[in-house]
Design a protein around this ligand. Structure first.
Ligand code: BES
Ligand code: MN
Ligand code: ZN
Length: 460
């Protein structure tokens, strides 16, 4: 009966971005409350604004004792987004704003009457099925992100390589199409993983190579391999890092966490695709047995590596895992790693660095990134850069000097990617937030999951 219009006319709600007005007991409605949320200017309303509005609404309801709610925000036009993206962003923003990591606190003040149930209204009944499918996918991705964040936020004294292996094995019990195997150091020695083992030598925690095999497609379909860097703590080793913010190096296993989260997501949605997750998990610590600058090791591929800086350990564990992946005859291998500080210098905290030896693969990843707003930007791995890895004493050095540090790291990996289409995601800048909001972001679980969903659709 014009009640809301009159409130707006009176100036109770201007409609500024994120402004809210909670109304009670409105006549002629069946609900206890109506929440109005400002969305800013219509022409500026893109995916970022949409996510902010959803988050604000969910947070407000959660704080005011509303236990269930129907949302009409999905009816708003969002620039460059279709309805399935709106559902995706809605679900992810909701989970994001409600996420807390309180496992290690003895007292927490949580909402007394938390928001428990959300209904998303869709205006068109005709494609309700399609939208429910998107909703299921989005919820599975949100759960994958949740798992990724939990693993990443755990401190390194709890989240050890062995802990990651146990967590992976738990998933094996839940999903019949998933089988998890753990390769220990003894077996790695037999496999001649000299590069990987040169990192774990400096730590008393036994390293693990975790393999999660998800068989959702036909037997003959070549798998996609996801490799996640799982350095559960990176002190730098003998090339010790400075002390400031060193605690954040517990996040050096975010690649691993995102691969586990993604496998969880696709298993949850019962995706029809063969995907294998491989996680080299280790600590990088200084010790009497630790690798020393100048040491030369032989990788599983047979190539020798001069370790000029023990802090460039990620590429050492990844290269042997890439060689190991050849046994699965993969069509595509994607590695995900908090690999270089230089990537933060290049792209900041918004964008994942993408490197690839196959441009259609890079394109597919870019598209999945755009769809989910989990964005990537491609950097070159041209031959000119390879020269920086020259060693006087071995086939290659493990560092390429200061210029283009992320690119030379990717160039190093590219030498172990000759047998498959390969992409490398450097997530050093995007995997976690520092400062008062310190915590894992769950990136790039959404990107990887969407990439695999798209893959399953095109190969099904
Ligand atoms: N895990 C680090 C990269 C990193 C640093 C990620 C800061 C996020 C924030 C990696 O193992 C590392 O130490 N890389 C070195 C490479 C260098 C020695 C060539 C780096 O970036 O300084
Ligand atoms: Mn390092
Ligand atoms: Zn590292």
């Amino acid at each position: 009966n014009g009640y809301i219009s009159s409130l707006i006319r009176r100036g109770d709600l201007e409609g500024k971005m994120g402004q809210t007005l909670l109304l009670h007991n409105i006549e002629n409605t069946l609900c206890d409350r109506v929440l109005l949320v400002g969305c800013g200017k219509e022409r500026d309303f893109g995916p970022d604004q949409y996510k902010q509005v959803v988050a604000k609404a969910v947070q407000t309801l959660n704080d005011t004792g509303s236990m269930d709610a129907v949302f009409y925000l999905t009816e708003l036009p969002v620039k460059q987004n279709d309805i399935s993206q709106k559902i995706h962003h809605f679900v992810l923003a909701t989970h994001e704003v409600l996420y807390q990591f309180n496992e290690l606190k003895t007292t927490v003040d949580s909402a007394r009457r938390p928001l428990r149930k959300i209904v998303i209204a869709v205006s068109n009944r005709r494609d309700l099925n399609l939208r429910e499918q998107t909703l299921r996918e989005s919820v599975a991705i949100a759960e994958g992100i949740h798992l990724c964040k939990d693993l990443a936020n755990l401190p390194a004294n709890i989240c050890t390589p062995g802990y990651l292996a146990d967590e992976a094995q738990k998933l094996d019990k839940i999903y019949t199409k998933l089988s998890v195997n753990i390769i220990d150091e003894e077996e790695m020695t037999k496999l001649k993983m000299g590069a990987f083992l040169s990192v774990s030598r400096g730590s008393r925690e036994p390293a693990k190579l975790i393999s999660l095999q998800y068989q959702g497609g036909p037997d003959k379909q070549k798998p996609i391999v996801l490799i996640g860097k799982g350095v559960t703590f990176d002190s730098g080793g003998i090339s010790l890092k400075p002390g400031a913010a060193m605690d954040e190096m517990k996040y050096d296993m975010c690649g691993a966490a995102s691969v586990i989260g993604t496998i969880n997501a696709i298993a949850e949605m019962d995706l029809e695709l063969n995907v294998i997750g491989l996680i080299p998990a280790t600590e990088n610590l200084p010790d009497g047995l630790a690798s020393k600058p100048g040491d030369i090791v032989t990788s599983m591929s047979g190539k020798t590596i001069e370790i000029l800086n023990t802090d460039a350990e990620g590429r050492l564990i990844l290269c042997d895992t890439m060689t190991y992946s050849e046994k699965f005859k993969p069509e595509i291998v994607i590695d995900v790693a908090t690999l270089t500080g230089a990537c933060i210098v290049a792209l900041g905290h918004h964008t994942t660095g993408l490197f690839s030896n196959h441009s259609p693969l890079a394109h597919d990843i870019e598209n999945a990134g755009k769809h989910t707003s989990d964005k990537v930007w491609e950097l070159p791995i041209w031959d000119e850069y390879q020269e920086q890895l020259k060693s006087n004493f071995a086939d290659m050095a493990n560092i390429g000097g200061r210029p283009a540090g992320s690119i030379t790291a990717a160039c190093f990996l590219s030498r172990f990617a000759k047998k498959f289409q390969w992409a490398h995601l450097d997530i050093a800048g995007v995997a976690w937030k520092s400062g008062s909001e310190k915590g894992a972001t769950g990136r790039p679980v959404a990107l990887l999951s969407q990439y695999l969903i798209n893959k399953a659709k095109s190969s099904g």
